[in-house]
Design a protein around this ligand. Structure first.
Ligand SMILES: NC(=O)C1=CN([C@@H]2O[C@H](COP(=O)(O)OP(=O)(O)OC[C@H]3O[C@@H](n4cnc5c(N)ncnc54)[C@H](O)[C@@H]3O)[C@@H](O)[C@H]2O)C=CC1
Ligand SMILES: O=C(O)[C@@H]1CCC=N1
Length: 267
């Protein structure tokens, strides 16, 4: 995800590579990032913090507390200037991050460390991400603008109350997997209908892409566009009748609520 965000910032010229500093414990990833994007790198997270106005934390959720604890214990912390902390770790709430970062800080120091929690998704890798964002109480308009600019570079981003982030995760965070699942089903259906697999895949991809663009460009509701494809007594109606009988729509909604519940449990 960090790779996607760095790539998007560089490609969209939101920031020149020399203004981006990346850290990772894996040297080979840093070497790759230097080569691919021309960014500065370090293995020292505290150096990133010291040199940046905005820090994006993109480690796996189970490592985030440790990374924050090390940061809070470093001589560079909290420093002088204002620093926006952005975390993309799934399931780690602002309260948890505040617990670690704000302990022992006075109100002035806290207000210089605003926190934004982001739920991105993998299409950010191709500049078509959809992120949901939530800001903590110390966040000002300029911080929200910074977070918006960073995430817009990788696609689109919308603001939510933090209580809605598990719903966002269930929709756009996990959502690409639902679309890939649909694509898998369409390819299997195509093959069973006698098409060669490579062509079935190419057709499924273009059909999903075209349908998404049609929704976006016409602004028409998905249900209305579906009706426009469905001739009375025709082929689409035959397919949809089977989906309906098998409660496919209800199953997807149930699945999303299970994803939301899992997000709550992990949090
Ligand atoms: N993959 C997805 O679909 C989504 C992922 N996320 C979140 O994005 C975050 C990153 O996920 P991925 O990019 O898939 O993981 P990843 O494992 O590919 O990347 C994490 C990177 O952090 C580095 N790292 C580990 N410990 C470190 C430390 N102490 N200091 C510095 N770097 C360290 C690792 O070497 C690795 O390069 C996770 O928190 C995940 O919850 C959020 C939404 C969607
Ligand atoms: O499956 C997960 O838990 C993460 C969060 C959203 C996408 N991947």
């Amino acid at each position: 995800m960090a790779w996607a965000i760095i790539g998007a910032l560089v490609k969209s010229e939101v920031l020149p590579p020399k203004n981006i500093i990346a850290s990772d414990i894996a040297v080979e990833r840093l070497e790759l990032a230097e080569k691919e994007f021309g960014v500065t790198t370090t293995q020292d997270n505290a150096q990133v913090f010291a040199k940046s106005n905005a820090v994006v934390l993109a480690v796996k959720p189970q490592f985030l507390p440790e990374v924050l604890e090390n940061l809070a214990a470093s001589p560079e912390f909290p420093g002088e200037g204002r620093k926006l902390i952005i975390s993309i770790a799934a399931g780690v709430g602002c309260a948890k991050m505040e617990d670690i970062l704000y302990t022992g800080l006075d109100e002035d120091a806290k207000s210089r460390l605003p926190i934004v929690r982001v739920m991105p998704n993998t299409p950010a890798l191709v500049g078509q991400g959809m992120a949901g964002m939530a800001a903590n109480a110390y966040t000002a308009e300029e911080d929200r603008l910074t977070a918006q600019t960073i995430m817009d570079a990788a696609g689109k981003a919308l603001w939510f109350d933090e209580k809605d982030i598990n719903g966002v995760t269930a929709l756009s965070g996990s959502g690409p997997a639902y679309v890939f699942y649909l694509a898998e089903a369409m390819v299997r259906g195509g093959v069973e209908a006698g098409l060669p697999e490579d062509k079935a895949l190419a057709m499924a991809i273009q059909t999903i892409k075209g349908a998404a663009l049609l929704m976006e460009e016409t602004g028409e509701a998905p249900g209305l566009l579906r009706k426009k494809v469905t001739s009375k007594g025709g082929t689409t109606a035959a397919a949809l009748t089977v989906f309906h009988e098998n409660k496919v729509l209800e199953a997807i909604v149930k699945g999303m609520l299970a994803a939301k519940k899992r997000g709550e449990e992990l949090g």
